[in-house]
Design a protein around this ligand. Structure first.
Ligand code: ATP
Ligand code: MG
Length: 564
């Protein structure tokens, strides 16, 4: 078979995911006048999480890729749970991820009047009725997928009666829960969503944008598709749980669309990540009950939590790229997310020395009071990243676990009788140690070889271990927050027997005091990221203030590092 597609175009087509494929086909077929307009529709009832990042990368990313536009639309249809704090945070997070909605910022509440007008039309055409039953009664009549539901006794009430009641519902004459507006579709449909879905309910709570204008608010299924239509959205991309809603989405669209334009709903698999929860309800509970220290707690899977933890927008986007989009729900290892930030920071983070579990090392043959400034690489992964100076003195700090008195053969760190290199400085030979009255290691002793200073010929001598260190005299005390997984089990959402809060990892945060080289203190600004040599990647936390430097561990150097 011959084809007139250029090889390069063919390559491009192959690398498209199934949503991009379908969108490019729609564009090629000239649907909707060849326009592409997506939307990202968060409900402002919580902060965005890494799952939303996946949706954002799809909605904004596909628009970028095919020269279309993406709207940001707040799905603000439940005033009791929503607010401007969330609106602001969501905007900030999308921008931080590197996406821009330009002048296309919308709210479902912009359409309350239009939605109302359309509801009135549907009532007049016999497509909707006010049901005065309780939600329990309505649920009891739903039936099952194999058994038809029972029609409400109000289903065939006169149109005038429904019109009157709906108006009065909105005037505030009735209590919340006393009646709803339902679409009149098919109580026997095999698709449960067609069994007279609720279109409006009464909520008597001021809306953050429309105040007390409305006492009835549209339900998602009704508001969403119509808002898409009002905005000119061509592709309404969402997660798989909405697949079963699609026929209803189309049913509502059929009432208003014509052959020149109709939005199309498409679904992809949502992101689930190991050792965390992604439900906004649960995340809100963690925040409200003080089980974490806010939405931006660095253990949270929220975008602001990841940002505070030290993640970069690039690493999150690289992660989303890696996991891709399919039609199958699954559970992605958090290790993959950590891998993405490690790759990024390995390339980009400045190397510094910090000791986070310090013990004193005394170089007994080094002159007291002497200071030498040795050169340390800023980043060996980058050309021209340069070096900085670090003071070397008679007394240093090293990591406690870098010393062992009775060490096995393969222990290539500090142990009596053996040589080890102090990074960027000298080769030293360990001569002994001292314990305090409780048997805790207090000091380690060694002797240096003056001929082995870094750069001198003797420094090329073969020694297996290289340790990082910080001067005990010239340093900056730091607080270091070591984070581990928030939950003890891989998939907290699956543990139905237990409340998810019982599954929290009690050791998810361990705070230690350490010492860092002064260069760090001179350059540290909130959000700055560093590699602490041999330990991991850390960033400056917002709790830092003059005289107090606080670091979050973003991720360990290698997979599997545990907080001690
Ligand atoms: P809830 O937890 O209450 O179901 P939600 O997380 O779905 O809420 P929305 O604000 O409605 O919250 O989500 C906005 C968009 O983000 C939706 O299009 C939704 O499909 C998408 N989204 C939400 N969670 C994920 C996820 N884990 N993976 C991918 N996309 C997601
Ligand atoms: Mg949802």
């Amino acid at each position: 078979m011959t084809t007139n597609i250029e090889p390069i175009e063919e390559e491009k087509a192959k690398s498209l995911n199934f949503i991009e494929q379908a969108v490019s086909e729609d564009l090629a077929a000239g649907k909707n006048g060849g326009r592409l307009n997506t939307r990202f529709p968060p409900e402002p009832n919580g902060y965005l999480h890494i799952g939303h990042a996946k949706a954002i990368c799809m909605d904004f990313g596909i628009a970028e890729k095919f020269g279309g536009t993406c709207n940001l639309r707040f799905d603000d249809t439940n005033p009791a749970k929503e607010g401007t704090e969330y609106v602001d945070a969501i905007k900030e997070d999308i921008k931080w991820l590197g996406f821009d909605w330009g002048d296309r910022l919308y709210y479902a509440s912009d359409y309350f009047q239009k939605l109302w007008d359309l509801a009135i039309r549907l009532i007049k055409e016999g497509y909707a009725y006010v049901d005065e039953q309780t939600s329990e009664q309505i649920a009891a009549q739903k039936g099952t997928p194999t058994q038809p539901g029972t029609p409400s006794p109000y289903r065939d009430r006169p149109i005038e009666e429904t019109l009157d009641l709906f108006e009065r519902m909105n005037k505030g004459e009735f209590e919340e829960g006393s009646m709803v507006l339902r679409a009149k579709i098919d109580m026997a449909s095999p698709n449960m969503h067609f069994r007279d879905p609720i279109m409006y309910r009464i909520i008597k709570y001021p809306h953050h944008r429309t105040g007390t204008t409305w006492n009835v608010y549209p339900m998602y299924d009704y508001a969403h598709g119509q808002s898409d239509f009002f905005e000119g959205v061509t592709h309404s991309i969402c997660t798989l749980e909405f697949e079963v809603h699609r026929p209803l989405y189309n049913w509502f669209i059929d009432l208003i669309a014509d052959e020149t334009y109709r939005p199309r709903q498409m679904e992809f698999n949502r992101l689930n990540l190991t050792y965390t929860v992604m439900s906004k309800r649960k995340l809100l509970q963690l925040v409200q009950e003080g089980l974490v220290c806010g939405w931006d707690d660095p253990r949270m899977p929220t975008i602001c939590g990841l940002r505070r933890r030290g993640y970069t927008p690039e690493s999150i986007r690289a992660f989303v790229d890696k996991i891709g989009y399919t039609k199958y729900d699954g559970l992605i290892s958090v290790g993959l997310l950590e891998h993405s930030i490690r790759e990024d920071l390995n390339k980009n983070a400045t190397r510094v020395s910090a000791v986070i579990n310090p013990v004193k090392l005394i170089i007994t043959n080094y002159p007291e009071g002497e200071v030498e400034y040795v050169d340390m690489d800023n980043n060996p992964e980058q050309e021209n990243a340069g070096t900085h100076k670090m003071p070397f003195t008679r007394e240093l700090y090293i990591e406690r676990e870098d010393f062992m008195e009775d060490a096995p053969k393969k222990f290539f760190r500090m142990t009596p009788g053996k040589e080890v290199r102090l990074k960027g400085a000298y080769i030293v030979k360990c001569t002994g140690c001292k314990y305090d009255s409780e048997g805790k290691l207090e000091e380690v002793y060694c002797e240096y070889d003056p001929l082995t200073r870094s750069g001198m010929p003797e420094s090329a001598r073969k020694v297996k271990g290289t340790l990082h260190w910080v001067s005990a005299q010239y340093n900056q005390e730091i607080e270091v927050r070591l984070y581990d997984r928030l939950f003890m089990v891989e998939n907290p959402a699956e543990e139905k027997e237990k409340d998810f809060r019982e599954l929290l990892n009690p050791d998810s945060l361990i705070t230690v005091k350490g010492y860092a080289e002064q260069y760090l203190a001179e350059t540290a600004k909130v959000g700055n990221r560093y590699q602490f040599q041999r330990i991991g990647y850390f960033c400056v936390d917002k709790d830092s203030c003059p005289g107090k430097l606080v670091f979050n561990r973003t991720v360990s150097l290698k997979d599997g590092y545990k907080a001690q």
